[in-house]
Design a protein around this ligand. Structure first.
Ligand code: SAH
Length: 246
């Protein structure tokens, strides 16, 4: 099945952009996904093809008009009725690996990219749009966010990544950061590779990796660690463990 990406944008020339090279580029050439950028201005109604207007209530910048965007969105919904419709906005739910997995398992995705101060809020009420954020910082437009989301999806498509299992142990897949990696040379600037990784003892290596994933998550991402521990305490095995500890 081909994963169909439709991107509604004022800058269609930004696509596939960096997704035209490396893994994603090869997958695109092989037809594992398609990239269909759509110019929002084509849905404008005036001579100047304008898509924005001044903010109601005053203030700086411009706001993208709901009526023009709705025409673009409706066109995309008609072309791809099964694809989830997402809009890039810092006001959206933060993108997670779990959501990326769901999207990658589906028929594709339609992504609306904002510019200026953002999108008239009425569009979100009137159309089935999932607002998505890629993090707590402000980009100049939704296009980079769309590229991030698509890259995360494309690498999960069947046959895109070399090894079928690579990815299963990755950061976030288990709710934790991944363990740290090392490779040759065995000694570099006086630093060696942890002894256990050279032991050939697979059980010890796995135990070490699990311990490192836990320690690093606890130290670097207390937010993730808290969620992980909360989930563990609630699971049947976690509950048993807690009882035993008491
Ligand atoms: N005034 C807005 C920011 C607008 S930035 C606010 O403060 O909420 C312009 C566009 O960039 C947005 O419409 C959105 O499409 C995109 N964008 C900016 N930051 C983003 C983020 N963290 N995640 C997803 N999209 C973002």
């Amino acid at each position: 099945m081909t994963f169909a990406a439709t991107i509604l944008t004022l800058y269609p020339e930004m696509f596939p952009g960096p997704l035209g090279v490396s893994l994603a580029g090869r997958a695109l050439a092989e037809g594992k996904w398609t990239c269909d950028p759509v110019q929002i201005r084509d849905f404008a109604t005036d001579r100047h093809r304008s898509v924005d207007d001044t903010p109601a209530g005053g203030g700086a910048g411009m706001v993208m008009r709901a009526d023009i965007l709705a025409r673009a969105v409706d066109h995309a919904l008609e072309a791809r009725p099964d694809s989830p419709l997402l809009a890039m906005t810092p006001r959206g739910a933060p993108l997670t690996q779990a959501r990326v997995r769901q999207l990658a398992a589906g028929p594709g995705v339609t992504i609306l990219c904002g510019r200026f101060e953002g999108i008239d809020e009425r569009l979100f009420e009137a159309r089935p749009i999932e607002p998505v954020s890629i993090g707590d910082y402000i980009l100049s437009g939704g296009e980079m966010g769309a590229l991030v989301l698509l890259d995360a999806c494309i690498r999960l498509l069947p046959g895109v990544m070399g090894a079928p299992d690579s990815g299963d142990e990755e950061s976030f897949e288990s709710g934790l950061l991944e363990y740290p990696h090392y490779t040759r040379p065995a000694e570099w600037e006086g630093r060696t590779i942890p002894e256990v990784l050279r032991s050939g003892d697979h059980a010890r290596i796995e135990a070490w990796r699990n311990a490192m994933a836990e320690t690093d998550t606890r130290l670097r991402r207390p937010d993730l660690w808290e969620r992980h521990e909360g989930a563990r305490a609630q699971s049947p095995s976690g509950a048993r463990r807690q009882k035993k500890e008491r």
